[in-house]
Design a protein around this ligand. Structure first.
Ligand SMILES: [Zn+2]
Ligand SMILES: [Zn+2]
Length: 250
């Protein structure tokens, strides 16, 4: 399994695109979240953008799904013919349909590919596009589902937004890589993860490595060394702050 960090930023970072992960295994590719500043980055990073199998939306905040119109319309322009799956919380199809109507009305009528929607719920466990999909609710300002992707021998956990919960910890157990939203350095903001809570979470899950993403822009810029020092004080697991374009092989 290969994870490319298309974006690693929070919602309004002027330097770092919104957190978005391109996950590749075998001949399958899934994009995890597609925020307003992440969609165009995807096109520059994917080896074969038109081969993308699926997009997973963790929750309905703009920095996680408002990039879909750009992704879809560029796919139309580039002549995509392969069916695209969009997975997300309950209401994903009506949300995306309304978003497209507002952004580029009638564009979908020109599409030479179909869109297949899958509504995801905690407790679901299914295989799609070469991956096993599972979900759990995090603690965020709106319902957000963390996701676990497994291949035959590798596993990835991505938190979406929000503080860890008992359910997300159970989901992450034994993962090769935990990618966790870590908006603050300390647990100062409700509904968001922190550096400390994310590393502690990955340690409890016995993960092999932990990537901290969605860090508040000022904290990430001014306190990068403090973040890594704090993380290393909690655990001897590999903890890192990925940059856009970084690739992690599991
Ligand atoms: Zn966010
Ligand atoms: Zn959010």
């Amino acid at each position: 399994m290969r994870v490319t960090f298309a974006g690693v930023g929070e919602a309004f970072d002027d330097k770092l695109p919104n957190t978005s992960l391109l996950v590749h295994a075998g001949s399958s590719t899934v994009l995890l979240d597609c925020g307003f500043t992440a969609a165009c980055v995807f096109w520059g990073m994917a080896a074969n953008p038109l081969a993308l199998d699926a997009v997973y939306i963790s929750h309905f905040h703009g920095d996680h799904y408002f990039g879909l119109p750009a992704l879809l319309v560029r796919s139309i322009e580039e002549g995509r013919t392969k069916r695209l799956t969009i997975l997300g919380p309950s209401g994903i199809e009506s949300r995306v349909t309304r978003l497209m109507e507002m952004a580029y009305s009638n564009a979908l009528a020109r599409a030479k590919f179909s869109i297949f929607f899958i509504e995801c719920d905690p407790g679901q466990d299914f295989k799609h596009a070469g991956f096993r999909f599972r979900f759990a609710m995090s603690d965020h300002a709106m319902p957000c589902q963390a996701i676990r992707l497994d291949t035959a021998d590798k596993s990835l956990f991505y938190s979406g937004d929000g503080q860890p919960t008992d359910d997300t910890l159970e989901l992450a157990l034994g993962c090769d890589l935990v990618v966790h939203e870590s908006y603050s350095l300390d647990q100062e903001k409700t509904g968001h993860g922190s550096v400390e809570s994310s590393v502690d979470f990955a340690r409890k899950a016995s993960a092999k490595a932990c990537a901290l993403v969605h860090v508040k822009r000022t904290v990430r810029r001014e306190r990068k060394n403090v973040i890594l020092a704090r993380a290393n004080a909690i655990s001897d697991m590999r903890v890192f702050l990925p940059e856009p374009g970084d690739v992690h092989i599991l």
